[in-house]
Design a protein around this ligand. Structure first.
Ligand code: X5A
Ligand code: ZN
Length: 774
């Protein structure tokens, strides 16, 4: 049924068959079609990693629109043929430790990162098994394929005497950048080193390689250093292979960017280039996670000839780990890669999504990275080049790189089942990505299997195990211990694949498999559906039942919801109650559970500044949306349109504003979160404290509920950003942006139809607010 669901063995054996039957006429005709991937259980490398070029006469196997070969897995196991150990390049060079903060200030992106990895690889006996390589400078003409002349000149001269007096000031003009006397050399070596290893892998001199480089690269744009990145090392290397070395036969490149941050620079460089498939999986947090640009969303799929060749998997929150990444691999990356059929894979290998990372707040384990990498080895004949990007916990990055090196060396790995299920939000994100790309990649057009709704874990708000933000610092040892204690399922051989990817479409065994993976807390839900035929429907119903209690409770309390943005226009507000979309909206709302109209409407002005920020929204497109500065400011008068609604409805609006409503997909059902964000105790809290920052959704835009006083004994509530976001707007970390025309029109209509201002007055009010900033 679902022809595109992948697990490691599936990819590897599918590749083996294709290569052997079509491409590689000199390979043995009796290649194994074993059900279990030997890489998972033995040290013998698989035939898919054999060296040997594609037949250059063979036409490009796949355009995105062609169907992949039908996969059917023959179960007779066969031993893999013996083969020489892979030659794995390992590039380390102390000269890339020269880039450091100018006065020894602490910084996460520091030289110790490289040294920690290098020490670990030596201590583990891994370095000596690799082919050692030294850094090499990139020639200007190669860097010039992605960067402007002036950017190259500045980066190469910034360390010279000439800039001694102005260096720090120039650094401050960029976003998250420092320079010192070693920066120029390190940057040129980092770019040159990735070229160096990519060339050797492409030429077949090495099977695969790891380049331990810094400064990192993926945030660097054509004319801009940012996010600790000076030159875009991976982009430079990709262009080198494609444009400078046709002799190496590299025509299609897959770039996998698993750094926790969006690879904005790389995305832009290949946005309309179909030769480079750029895949980035990153925290997005509704647009608030660094670099906090809207173009990290899944809607950005490439342009012109490059349409479909840019894939973003934007997590909605932190705490994503092995299970979430494996799901993204199995249900997005691998099916597309199978069709794309790259000649080489470059990995923008940041390790800041690792468990314990101080910036990432995610929790990939070293074994998780090993598995993600193993799954990629099934493509491009195993030609993989890893280039270090971010990763700021020294222990985590050392262990993670070490695990990856062992995978490339062909070491035996026993993959434990991920200790957790993917989040519910993970399936939502993956389904959204697949929808966006399905016309470009028909292999993504099938619905995710039904049983995924059972393979979920609660939202992070209900899991307090791991650190989530850049500011939190947690004891890594403690975190690792936590994971160790839950990660108890030891599996081997054929059983592994069953555990690796729980979306394996074995509907018959659904309840058994699911049960073995659920936490005790989820078990009662599973028990209740075990005997049912349509399990997910029953589960959904159960969730609705759970929510009934709070709903009937909160339906008895009325509040004033004070709107200052597009909801001032009644038809737009009614979408949040009745569902659907009003003029100017590009996506529909699902509405509230209780669709009754407001019991009253009233206008007021409040002493808070109105501002416009963020760079785009799914509903209104490019341009900022409205926020109310939570701080009281008696010099300000902002208009609010208040609607008298039930507290239940207010929660449903909060859910929708913060995109917490799960589209069930099957029959248009929607699933609301099963507990309210603002209950009676929060109302109590808020009337004394004036505001409540909602911890469960602290990273979404409207996570702060403000109390603006009361009107006929009912509290007036609104939703806006937290005070910390105001600081980020002020510092420039979050962009201020004027509203788009459609959005502004909606606000103006609200004010005019609400008889608060005339058209000119309303226009001026919006323009003034947009001009003032926070
Ligand atoms: C390469 C990388 C992160 C920049 C974060 C800035 N950059 N707050 O991980
Ligand atoms: Zn990063």
């Amino acid at each position: 049924m679902q022809g595109d669901e992948y697990w490691t063995e599936g990819v590897a054996s599918a590749r083996r068959r294709r290569r052997s039957s079509q491409h590689n006429s000199n390979e043995s005709p009796s290649l194994p079609t074993s059900r279990s991937d030997p890489r998972l259980t033995s040290s013998a490398p698989t035939p898919s990693r054999r060296r040997g070029r594609l037949n250059p006469d063979f036409p490009l196997a796949c355009s995105p629109l062609s169907r992949p070969p039908l996969r059917c897995f023959v179960s007779a196991p066969a031993p893999a043929p013996p083969m020489a150990a892979p030659r794995v390049g390992l590039l380390y060079d102390d000269r890339m430790c020269a880039h450091a903060t100018p006065d020894g200030e602490e910084h996460p992106e520091n030289p110790e990162r490289l040294r920690a990895i290098w020490r670990k690889l030596n201590a583990a006996g891994v370095a000596s098994r690799c082919v050692s390589l030294k850094a090499k400078e990139a020639e200007d003409k190669y860097i010039a394929s992605v960067h402007s002349k002036s950017h190259i000149k500045l980066m190469k001269e910034i360390s010279s005497k000439k800039y001694d007096a102005s260096r720090n000031k120039i650094a401050r003009k960029f976003n998250s950048i420092y320079f010192n006397k070693g920066s120029s050399e390190s940057a040129v070596l980092a770019a040159g080193s990735v070229i160096e290893v990519a060339e050797k892998v492409a030429a077949g001199e090495l099977s695969s390689a790891i380049a331990l480089v810094r400064p990192p690269g993926h945030h660097a744009e054509h004319d801009e250093a940012m996010g600790f990145c000076l030159f875009n090392n991976v982009a430079v290397a990709a262009n080198y292979l494609l444009n400078e070395r046709p002799d190496l036969g590299i025509k299609k490149i897959l770039i996998v960017d698993w750094d926790v941050h969006h690879g904005n620079g790389t995305q832009k460089m290949f946005y309309n280039d179909p030769r480079v498939l750029f895949f980035s999986v990153h925290r997005f947090d509704y647009g608030s996670f660094y670099p906090a640009e809207g173009d990290a969303s899944h809607c950005f799929i490439g342009e012109e000839a490059g349409k479909g060749y840019n894939i973003n998997v934007p997590w909605e929150h932190g705490k994503c780990g092995d299970a979430d990444y494996i799901a993204a691999w199995d249900h997005v990356l691998l099916p597309v890669t199978e069709v794309f059929d790259p000649d080489i894979i470059l990995v923008s290998a940041g390790f800041d999504a690792a468990l314990g990372d101080p910036l990432g707040g995610c929790c990939i384990t070293p074994n998780g990275y090993a598995l993600l990498l193993t799954k990629l080895l099934g493509f491009a004949q195993g030609r993989i080049v890893m280039a270090l990007e971010g990763g700021y916990n020294l222990r985590s990055i050392a262990n993670s790189v070490c695990a990856c090196a062992k995978v490339l060396l062909g070491d035996k790995f026993t993959f434990n089942a991920p200790e957790m299920q993917p989040f519910e939000s993970t399936w939502r994100v993956i389904q959204a990505v697949r929808n966006e790309l399905k016309t470009c990649w028909p292999v993504l057009s099938s619905k995710l299997p039904e049983n995924v709704s059972l393979s979920i874990r609660p939202s992070p708000s209900e899991l307090n195990a791991f650190s989530d933000s850049e500011s939190d610092s947690e004891d890594v040892a403690e975190l690792l211990a936590t994971v160790a204690s839950v990660n108890v399922i030891e599996v081997a051989g054929d059983a592994i694949s069953e555990h690796l990817s729980k979306m394996k479409l074995d509907d018959d065994n659904l309840s058994v498999k699911t049960a073995s993976r659920c936490s005790a807390a989820e078990q009662h839900l599973v028990d209740s559906v075990k005997v049912q035929n349509n399990a997910s429907v029953v589960l959904t119903k159960r969730i609705s039942d759970l929510s009934l209690a709070w709903r009937s409770d909160l339906s008895r309390t009325d509040v004033w919801y004070a709107s200052f943005g597009s909801n001032m226009w009644r038809p737009r507000f009614l979408c949040y109650v009745q569902g659907g979309k009003a003029e100017g909206m590009s996506i529909a709302c699902c509405g509230s559970r209780d669709t009754s109209s407001p019991k009253g409407t009233m206008w007021k002005t409040v002493p808070h500044r109105l501002l416009f920020g963020r760079s785009s929204t799914p509903c209104w497109g490019t341009g900022g949306v409205a926020f109310l500065n939570p701080e009281i400011n008696y010099n300000e008068k902002s208009y609010v349109c208040m609607y008298k609604i039930t507290l239940e409805q207010f929660n449903d609006i909060l859910f929708q504003e913060n995109r917490l409503v799960l589209e069930d997909g099957k029959d248009g059902n929607v699933v609301y979160p099963d507990s309210p964000l603002i209950g009676s105790s929060e109302i109590k809290f808020i009337s004394t404290n004036k505001a409540i920052h909602l911890e469960p959704i602290k990273d979404s835009w409207y996570s702060n509920v403000l109390y603006l006083g009361n009107e006929d004994e009912l509290p007036i509530l609104t939703m806006t950003c937290p005070a910390s976001d105001i600081e980020r707007f002020k510092s420039g970390e979050l962009p201020l942006a004027p509203p788009s025309e459609t959005y502004a029109t909606t606000l103006i209509r609200g004010l005019v139809e609400g008889k608060q201002l005339d058209a000119d007055g309303a226009t001026n009010y919006i323009i003034a607010a947009a001009a003032k900033g926070p």
